[in-house]
Design a protein around this ligand. Structure first.
Ligand code: KIV
Ligand code: NA
Length: 263
């Protein structure tokens, strides 16, 4: 088998085969994900909360991200690896260019950034220069202070319409993937059908092209886990078993189940 590329994921979208994404942070987990055949790894800035003990992703720095992207890339030669751009590291296109370069040189194959229409020129600039970008819409955790808490986005008609328009614009601007976090199921379905880039859902129902979960939630390490997540360790009693069950259940559309869907 060959390493996964953005082309693999695009093909899977066209063939309506679900792919699997895990947010993880270190070499042994990355190696286990490779054994399990997980297509996409996200070195998420969620590491601020899951690994470093911060209460949001706002304090995460480039240094934190580079350290963990390097670790993950050492553990895995087959999956596509994307690295999150931390808070304010992409607030202008030029800054985004400089920081995305560092994340790529640390071993990522693409970068992810949070935000809507304002990011179109940045996505365009990175794409033109050879850096694939994953956009992230809906509940974008770096904006938690602006949202006034971690809450579902896109509930009203006008909010939903604006997220849909953002998704279309970023697709046209050259984004290669999109994460949709905590948006209503109907909206996630509509966006997935409206853009050519594959869409990865978290708390967004089962109609997206892929799912992502955080490894800590899969393994029951989270004290108050989000409602959309599932502890797969309980029924499998081993870490490789839990990863495999998450992957199988996602591919077979068993996960997410009704109980993980809340709007
Ligand atoms: O940081 C992260 O783990 C993420 C995913 C939850 C999408 O952004
Ligand atoms: Na993130």
């Amino acid at each position: 088998t060959k390493p996964i590329t953005i082309n693999t994921l695009r093909k899977m979208k066209l063939e309506k085969r679900k792919f699997v994404t895990v947010a993880l942070y270190d070499a042994p987990m990355a190696a286990m994900a490779q054994k399990t055949g997980i297509e996409l790894l996200l070195v998420g800035d969620s590491l601020g909360m899951t690994v470093l003990g911060f209460d949001s992703t706002v304090p995460v720095t480039m240094e934190h991200m580079l350290y963990h992207v390097e670790a993950v890339s050492r553990g895995n030669t087959m999956s596509l690896i994307m690295g999150d751009m931390p808070f304010m590291s992409y607030s202008t296109p030029e800054l985004a260019m400089a920081n995305a370069t560092k994340i790529m040189q640390a071993g990522a194959h693409m970068v992810k950034l949070e935000g809507g229409a304002w990011l179109a020129p940045t996505v365009n600039m990175l794409a033109d220069r050879g850096i694939p970008v994953c956009a992230h819409l809906g509940l974008t955790p770096q904006s938690v202070n602006k949202f006034g808490g971690f809450r579902v986005q896109g509930r009203t008609k006008s909010q939903a319409e604006s997220i849909l328009q953002d998704a279309k614009l970023l697709d046209q601007s050259g984004a290669d993937l999109l994460v949709l976090e905590c948006v209503p199921v109907e909206l996630a379905k509509k966006i997935t059908e409206s853009v050519s880039m594959p869409v990865i859902g978290i708390g967004a129902g089962k109609d997206t092209d892929a799912q992502v979960l955080v490894i800590n939630d899969i393994l029951g390490l989270t004290e108050r886990p989000p409602k959309f997540s599932k502890n797969f360790l309980v029924e499998t009693a081993s870490i490789p078993g839990a990863l495999k069950k998450y992957a199988d259940d996602t591919r077979n559309e068993i996960f997410p189940a009704e109980e993980h869907i809340f709007c």
